[in-house]
Design a protein around this ligand. Structure first.
Ligand SMILES: [Ca+2]
Ligand SMILES: [Ca+2]
Ligand SMILES: [Ca+2]
Length: 159
């Protein structure tokens, strides 16, 4: 999420993310997607930046994730909106190549997904359903199991 790489989250990071996502152009309304992405910022700031310096550090983010609370709606809303944005052919499923576009949009650069996609595709039918995606997305934000497939929902971990 730290789009400008300065080690903290600010409103500018979320605006840049929203811009990336509205450029993707799947089946979702771009304005809805942008409002969901930029909508993370006030929630995150309210929950984690009581000092009010308009920036959120990694430690502060992790504290919010510990007690997800008000973030739960933002998290599930984002999962659905991303799913629709990345489902380019509108068949209600995410293919391996569509998943690759998701990872590229989040990270701002292409990344290999051939090894990760099969882990996320729980029933091995070659697609992620909306339910599969929600499971992984929620696991990423709220789960405690580092070996769960959802750990890789954003792609491979950095070395
Ligand atoms: Ca930043
Ligand atoms: Ca699709
Ligand atoms: Ca599947």
């Amino acid at each position: 999420m730290d789009v400008d790489g300065d080690g903290r989250l600010t409103q500018a990071d979320f605006q840049a993310l929203a811009h990336r996502w509205t450029a993707v152009g799947g089946s979702v309304d771009p304005e809805r997607l942008a409002s969901i992405m930029t909508g993370w910022w006030p929630v995150l700031r309210a929950a984690s930046d009581p000092g009010g310096d308009d920036a959120v550090s990694l430690d502060e983010v992790l504290r919010v994730v510990e007690g997800l609370g008000d973030m739960a709606d933002a998290v599930s809303g984002t999962a659905d909106a991303m799913f629709e944005a990345i489902d380019f052919n509108g068949d209600g499923l995410i293919s391996c190549s569509e998943y690759g576009a998701l990872i590229e949009t989040w990270n701002g650069a292409p990344a290999a997904t051939d090894e990760i996609f099969p882990r996320l595709d729980l029933d091995g039918d070659g697609h992620l359903t909306r339910d599969e995606f929600r499971i992984h997305w929620t696991e990423f934000w709220a789960g405690d199991d580092p070996d769960a497939p959802g750990t890789y929902v954003f792609g491979a971990l950095s070395e």
